[in-house]
Design a protein around this ligand. Structure first.
Ligand code: ADP
Length: 183
């Protein structure tokens, strides 16, 4: 018998994995996008390269997404059904609402996923690349926001955070262990 997801603690629905997010077989992958939705380097570039021009065509129509928010498009050639473009904050030292904005882009991404019937979602470590958010500060914020959203969204069964390197996974593992202890 399958476990009833509403009976499972939210943090138990969070997984940490190594790999390339564009290869994830989930309902939606989350892109670390910029406000102009114009693609770029890092995970954003990888998603548009692997997914093909259909994703950018939809992004152009949408045109803009504020930091802390998220928008959704189809996923082109990717194995996922949707790409959710979430805009994290640029790190400016911590005094410019970075924590709030990082938390809210995770929550908005998961709300959008739910509105589109997604049960499984994969996230990269938003803002920790070109946007300069220190990973050890970003990890607890990203995980706590995800945990809070999962409590409110019991139909989302699994959230996978996917990292390209072991070091980043280790940082998130430590933060997840602390979250479990405090739960
Ligand atoms: P941001 O501008 O939000 O900082 P980046 O794309 O520069 O976004 O980086 C976000 C994180 O995504 C970084 O930790 C980077 O190592 C990681 N990343 C880059 N490519 C991929 C990929 N193909 N799959 C998963 N994570 C990736």
């Amino acid at each position: 018998m399958q476990a009833d997801p509403t009976q499972v603690a939210a943090y138990e629905r969070i997984e940490l994995a190594l790999g390339d997010i564009t290869r994830e077989h989930v309902d939606a992958i989350v892109n670390a996008a910029n406000s102009a939705l114009r693609g770029g380097g890092g995970v954003d570039g990888a998603i548009h390269r692997a997914g093909g021009p259909e994703i950018m065509a939809e992004c152009r129509k949408i045109g803009y997404c504020a930091p802390g928010e998220a928008v959704i498009t189809a996923a082109g050639k990717l194995p996922a059904r949707f790409v959710i473009h979430a805009v994290g904050p640029v790190w400016q030292g911590g005094g410019a609402d970075e924590e709030l904005l990082l938390a809210s882009c995770h929550e908005r991404a998961l709300e959008l996923a739910r509105e589109h019937g997604c049960r499984t979602v994969a996230f990269p470590a938003i803002s920790t690349g070109a946007y300069g958010y220190p990973a050890r500060l970003a990890a607890p914020v990203a995980l706590a926001a995800t945990n809070d959203a999962l409590i409110r969204l019991p139909r989302i069964e699994k959230v996978r955070f996917v990292f390209v390197d072991e070091e980043m996974r280790g940082v998130f593992e430590q933060a997840l262990a602390l979250l479990e202890k405090s739960a």
